[in-house]
Design a protein around this ligand. Structure first.
Ligand code: NI
Length: 169
């Protein structure tokens, strides 16, 4: 099932999500639906709050279907190590048609549970490091705008409010 993506302005996106405690068939189905929804929206990462479900669960595939082994499920992720810096243009499916330059760590180690509840650690660089940070932020109720300058953020919010008023958001 493809879920519609929740957009900026919906409070679920700015609410810290609840831990995943049950790793059952229902969670497996939700993860499958999240991958399907992410691909349908042309994204490389999706957090459960972005489909209106306030759970600490995210999916990532920075290869966008190229490599089945690159499909990652992150339940209850924690960032345990960061290193270096990278500045790249970043976007979010919940803030469509906007992109901003965001500086983040270049190398990131995450600790998370897979779909069966098994804990694992993984280190990613560049885009994968960025995805670990971006998706974990989502689960803490934080959007990528919080990493851009106040000036740029205000400008983005103004543009979004205009789109909202025009019924185009
Ligand atoms: Ni996002």
């Amino acid at each position: 099932m493809i879920y519609p993506i929740v957009k900026y302005g919906n409070p679920v996106l700015e609410t810290p999500a609840e831990p995943v405690t049950v790793f059952d068939g229902e969670l497996k189905k939700l993860v499958e639906d999240m991958f399907e929804s992410m691909y349908a929206a042309h994204g490389v990462g999706l957090a459960a709050p972005q489909i209106g479900i306030s759970k600490r669960l995210a999916v990532i595939d920075v290869t966008f279907k190229e490599d089945p082994d690159a499909k990652l499920v992150l339940a209850n992720p924690e960032i345990i190590h960061t290193e270096g810096k990278q500045t790249q243009s970043e976007g979010c499916l919940s803030v469509p048609d906007f992109r901003e330059s965001v500086t983040r760590a270049q190398k990131v180690t995450v600790r998370a549970q897979d779909v069966k509840g098994k804990w694992y650690e993984m280190t990613g660089e560049d885009l994968l490091a960025r995805a670990f940070l971006h998706e974990t932020d989502h689960l803490n109720g934080k959007l990528y705008m919080s990493h851009v300058s106040a000036l740029k953020r205000d400008l983005m919010k103004r543009k979004i409010r205009k789109l909202m008023k025009a019924g185009e958001w």
